[in-house]
Design a protein around this ligand. Structure first.
Ligand SMILES: [Fe+2]
Ligand SMILES: [Fe+2]
Length: 141
């Protein structure tokens, strides 16, 4: 059985709160991706759970700092959660191969792409804000 894609490398973005969540999600996914067929729905639900928690944290950071791409980033989060929910329903309805395929192949591929794209952009913004704030504080001191 296929147990993941070793070629996928999850980048570290340089913002601990976000990076720690990403590593947690990656570990959860690695723990559940080899489940038996009757565990695929539960595995997908566990992945959705940790993703949804992380998305809320990221969205709060974007809102607090006025990230201009927040709507686009949030839409990507919402879209993947909606897709995963439909996949769970299809798996529950009997399409086990679809659930397995999404769990093993699509989740890590999507996640790595999202981290490399929207999350990286967001972290650049967050780090820039921190630098600007530090500069302001330094200048005011
Ligand atoms: Fe993220
Ligand atoms: Fe994100």
């Amino acid at each position: 059985m296929y147990h993941g894609d070793d070629s996928i490398d999850l980048p570290i973005l340089g913002y601990a709160e976000i990076d720690d969540d990403h590593q947690l999600i990656w570990r959860v996914w690695q723990q559940v991706l080899g489940v038996a067929d009757d565990g695929v729905v539960g595995a997908l639900r566990r992945v959705v759970e940790v993703l949804a928690q992380h998305f809320m944290a990221e969205e709060a950071l974007m809102k607090a700092t006025g990230f201009p791409g927040a709507d686009c980033h949030r839409a990507e989060h919402d879209r993947v959660l909606a897709v995963l929910e439909r996949v769970i329903q299809a798996t529950v309805a009997g399409n086990g191969p679809l659930g397995r395929y999404v769990l093993v192949r699509e989740v890590p591929t999507w996640f790595a792409r999202h981290v490399t794209g929207m999350d990286r952009l967001t972290v650049l913004w967050l780090r820039g804000r921190a630098t600007a704030t530090d500069h302001t504080l330094t200048a005011a001191a």
